[in-house]
Design a protein around this ligand. Sequence first.
Ligand SMILES: *[C@@H]1O[C@H](CO)[C@@H](O)[C@H](O)[C@H]1NC(C)=O
Ligand SMILES: *[C@@H]1O[C@H](CO)[C@@H](O)[C@H](O)[C@H]1NC(C)=O
Ligand SMILES: *[C@@H]1O[C@H](CO)[C@@H](O)[C@H](O)[C@H]1NC(C)=O
Ligand SMILES: *[C@@H]1O[C@H](CO)[C@@H](O)[C@H](O)[C@H]1NC(C)=O
Ligand SMILES: *[C@@H]1O[C@H](CO)[C@@H](O)[C@H](O)[C@H]1NC(C)=O
Ligand SMILES: *[C@@H]1O[C@H](CO)[C@@H](O)[C@H](O)[C@H]1NC(C)=O
Ligand SMILES: *[C@@H]1O[C@H](CO)[C@@H](O)[C@H](O)[C@H]1NC(C)=O
Ligand SMILES: *[C@@H]1O[C@H](CO)[C@@H](O)[C@H](O)[C@H]1NC(C)=O
Length: 474
Amino acid sequence: MLNAYLALRRVLTVILLSLAFVQSCPITSPLPTIQLPTAEVTTLSVTDFGAIGDGIHYDTRPIQSAINACPSSSSCHVVFPSGGKYLTATIHLRSGVVLVIQEGAVLLGGTRLEDYPEDSSRWYVVLAEQADNVGITGGGEINGQGLKFVERFDDRKNVMVSWNKTGACYGDECRPRLVGFIRCKNVGVWDIKLIQPAYWCLHIVECDITSIHKISILGDFNTPNNDGIDIQDSNNTIITRCNINTGDDAICPKTYNGPLYNLTATDCWIRTKSSAIKLGSASSFDFKGLVFDNISIFESHRGLALQIRDGGKASDITFSNINISTRYYDPSWWGRAEPIYVTTCPRGSGSKAGLISNVRFINVTAVSENGVFLSGTEGGFVRDLKFSNIDLTYRRWTNYSGSLVDYRPGCWGLVSHRMAGIIMENVDGFEVENVRMRWSAVGSCDWDNPLDFRPSTVNNISFVNFFSGLYDMQ
Ligand SMILES: *[C@@H]1O[C@H](CO)[C@@H](O)[C@H](O)[C@H]1NC(C)=O
Ligand SMILES: *[C@@H]1O[C@H](CO)[C@@H](O)[C@H](O)[C@H]1NC(C)=O
Ligand SMILES: *[C@@H]1O[C@H](CO)[C@@H](O)[C@H](O)[C@H]1NC(C)=O
Ligand SMILES: *[C@@H]1O[C@H](CO)[C@@H](O)[C@H](O)[C@H]1NC(C)=O
Ligand SMILES: *[C@@H]1O[C@H](CO)[C@@H](O)[C@H](O)[C@H]1NC(C)=O
Ligand SMILES: *[C@@H]1O[C@H](CO)[C@@H](O)[C@H](O)[C@H]1NC(C)=O
Ligand SMILES: *[C@@H]1O[C@H](CO)[C@@H](O)[C@H](O)[C@H]1NC(C)=O
Ligand SMILES: *[C@@H]1O[C@H](CO)[C@@H](O)[C@H](O)[C@H]1NC(C)=O
């Protein structure tokens, strides 16, 4: 069943190790079973098909020819030898094909509109569509040359080119993504560097059984929509040992056309100018069975976020063993330094309110410039939340102004409000156990309430071992 795994003899040990780790986790989610390799593997090198690898001439044809030459009956490694820079237009993977981009090799995405298919929903440097047992590995790099898509550099937020001439996409969101798997089964993305995407980086759409392991993503900190991993309408996804440093949301489950079940992300390091982990904002269908464990979040604009805006229901979600530091950045980016952000407001007048229930935060430490924001709506309560062993330190150190709550996108936008340790509205069922909240006397003149119940309904809350106070008296 799992031929992609079978094909990848060289990384199998790593995969087994990673799965062993996930399995040893106290909170488990479904795991693909792994068999030992038995299938034949065909290995083809793109240089044998004429690829030059000088980074100047397009190698699209040789690369695609190598992929197309793979026998359909067996697994096939298409190798990009070390030392080459292989410039390419969109390449299309097929079932059974694994790209092996060796350490020291770079697959370089083209920067011209004609390098990408006509349909903007298929603008990727590497695209696998309706393929089974496909993957990318090898220790090398895929580079989208994202900086060449910047029209004007700006420390607040770059202005990007827009390929929107046909009107098929709008605003500045008309740029190619880096790697996409659409309606695939048994996907592996292991041991690879994904650098400078022009738009989103790794996009998993309507897939089943995906393993993402030991990848590092380096985007641009000032580029909008420079997401890390977007998991959309997909089931049974495991992400382990990722390292993501980018401008926009780092790990971002979304639902547009179908639900998302069973996603586990563990052992990751994240820095972003937006949310480190974010459910939404596309959220028309349900999210269920998600686990995020052993994650370090560094100087991000928001830590753990549920940004449900389109009527979907998010439930059975655990965040555990997570260290967070958040800070303010320019308000043109969503996020107001909240370590934890849980919201259901309907995006616009035509949208339904979402629902959130059974979400646990366990063993979380945060140093933040703003407090926790828990905001249900009358039509979409936040139910059955649990905070257990949470240590929150609030300290201001940038010059951005506080005293704003952030309902974006849509809803009520940015709203002035006194800051507080935890702001709650329309919450039903909230267990607080072993929670310590401290804030610095320095720079916190505009906030002093540990808990703020917005003028709205808040029911069934219990506190056991809750502490709050100043941690310094300068
Ligand atoms: C999600 O995981 C559960 C528990 O392992 C499993 O029973 C269920 O079939 C999975 N859901 C999907 C859609 O694969
Ligand atoms: C393309 O995007 C630019 C900049 O955002 C905008 O001014 C223009 O109206 C858009 N054109 C189309 C056809 O969407
Ligand atoms: C995920 O599982 C749900 C529930 O079984 C199903 O409706 C949906 O089609 C599945 N999605 C994919 C991409 O397999
Ligand atoms: C947590 O993740 C880091 C990698 O970010 C890893 O080095 C460490 O071993 C993991 N800890 C546990 C307990 O698995
Ligand atoms: C969080 O910080 C604590 C204390 O510094 C450390 O023991 C723990 O390993 C860290 N966890 C993560 C996920 O970084
Ligand atoms: C939370 O931390 C405690 C103490 O380190 C540990 O015993 C427990 O297993 C952790 N809980 C989870 C869900 O990881
Ligand atoms: C805040 O503003 C002061 C005075 O303008 C400046 O000295 C300081 O470097 C600024 N701090 C930060 C973190 O930008
Ligand atoms: C209050 O919340 C707890 C768990 O947080 C739940 O078990 C209990 O049923 C709730 N009580 C009511 C009256 O809703």
